[in-house]
Design a protein around this ligand. Structure first.
Ligand SMILES: Nc1ncnc2c1ncn2[C@@H]1O[C@H](COP(=O)(O)OP(=O)(O)OP(=O)(O)O)[C@@H](O)[C@H]1O
Length: 351
């Protein structure tokens, strides 16, 4: 399913290193400086963390309780501290597939961002064992957001708006630190309670400083912004911007409101759902509204059009969500929800 894919099909080809205008791509000097400062701060933190890694086997220190999840790069276990009994989530990355630098990078990005209430907090404990690296975070015990999205329906509007507010705030926190998250999808949003009142962003393995040059190496997914699908402006790739996350947030909010993806890929020629969206944006005519968008209000249209502007410089920032909260996003909440999802639509967001 498209939601199980990730944007890591992109290849990290390194951050720009000088401020010469020809090296800036589409970045301003200020944006480039922000990304470079973030990269330097992370390098410092990684050097310090490397010196304080605990050398031990995990089960000497922690008692395994149960698996919490498995990703492509690591597994996550619920553990308790052997002396204190404190429950924690332990993410374990095998050395066979993770370098020390890769581990330190993910550990330190999570540590530097985890002070935000909608980002999983890190305990700042890194462990090197014979075969793996591990770090500890707060455990979030109600699974990820994908399990809460009812296929062809989405989430109740109030829950969708709460998620939108919290995720926009978390991403704004990431962006304010000169970083781009790059992996927004329901699987990386953990749910803190059965009513989905509070959510937290996790998995910072793909987060990079603003201005890092990236290019797409695999097929795009719904969350991939269209500028990444175009030929890169610099031979080494596109200098990444927070606008990539704004696009992914727009796609995620569409999924939360409809239970469908708006398209499979943002490619006009290859994806009729994306083509129809562009035609509707160009005409603005109600009769051009694509079927998956039936049932959304003009307020939701305005929010999503802003986040899903194909031009990254015109795209609204994640903070724009704030201006749309507390107003109706679906025409008919409750009984009307089925009607929202009656069309063919893009792929099912919870398949
Ligand atoms: N702090 C946590 N509390 C509870 N469950 C968690 C926690 N962190 C991660 N998980 C679970 O473990 C799964 C995998 O974690 P994570 O996404 O960090 O691994 P990954 O290998 O980087 O995944 P991916 O393949 O998406 O890159 C998550 O989808 C989630 O279900």
């Amino acid at each position: 399913m498209p939601g199980k894919q990730s944007q890591e099909a992109q290849v990290d080809v390194g951050a720009t290193e000088d401020g010469a205008p020809e090296a800036l791509g589409s970045l301003t000097e200020e944006e480039l400086r922000q990304g470079q400062e973030a990269a330097l701060a992370l390098e410092d933190m990684m050097a310090l963390s490397a010196q304080t890694l605990v050398q031990a086997e995990v089960d000497e220190l922690y008692q395994g309780v149960r698996p919490l999840g498995q990703g492509r790069f690591g597994r996550v276990l619920l553990v308790t501290h052997r002396q204190k009994g404190t429950p924690m989530a332990l993410k374990q990355l095998p050395k066979a597939s993770t370098s020390l630098r890769g581990f330190l990078y993910e550990f330190c990005v999570g540590l530097s961002l985890g002070t935000h209430s909608a980002i999983v907090a890190s305990y700042g404990i890194g462990i090197e064992s014979a075969d793996s690296y591990s770090f500890l975070t707060e455990p979030i015990l109600h699974g990820d957001l994908i399990a809460f999205i009812q296929p062809k329906v989405g989430l109740p509007q109030a829950a969708a708006q709460r998620c939108a507010a919290q995720l926009a705030s978390a991403l704004g926190h990431v962006h304010a630190r000169g970083l781009v998250y790059r992996d927004l999808k329901p699987e990386n949003v953990l749910v803190c309670d059965p009513a989905c009142q509070r959510v937290k962003l996790t998995d910072f393995g793909h987060t990079r400083p603003r201005g890092t040059l990236l290019r797409l190496a695999g097929p795009p997914i719904p969350y991939t912004a269209p500028e990444l699908c175009a030929p890169p402006p610099l031979p080494a790739g596109l200098p990444i911007q927070p606008a990539l996350d704004a696009w992914a947030l727009g796609v995620l909010l569409f999924c939360l409101l409809t239970g469908y993806f708006p398209w499979d890929q943002p490619l006009e020629e290859a994806d009729p759902f994306y083509g129809d969206f562009l035609s509707w944006q160009a005409s603005g005519e109600p009769q051009d509204r694509p079927q998956p968008w039936f049932g959304l209000t003009p307020v939701a249209d305005a929010l999503l059009w802003g986040l899903l502007d194909p031009h990254p410089r015109k795209r609204q920032p994640v903070s724009s969500v704030r201006g749309y909260l507390g107003r109706p996003w679906r025409e008919q909440e409750g009984a009307g929800e089925e009607a929202v999802c009656g069309g063919e639509g893009g792929g099912n967001a919870a398949d």
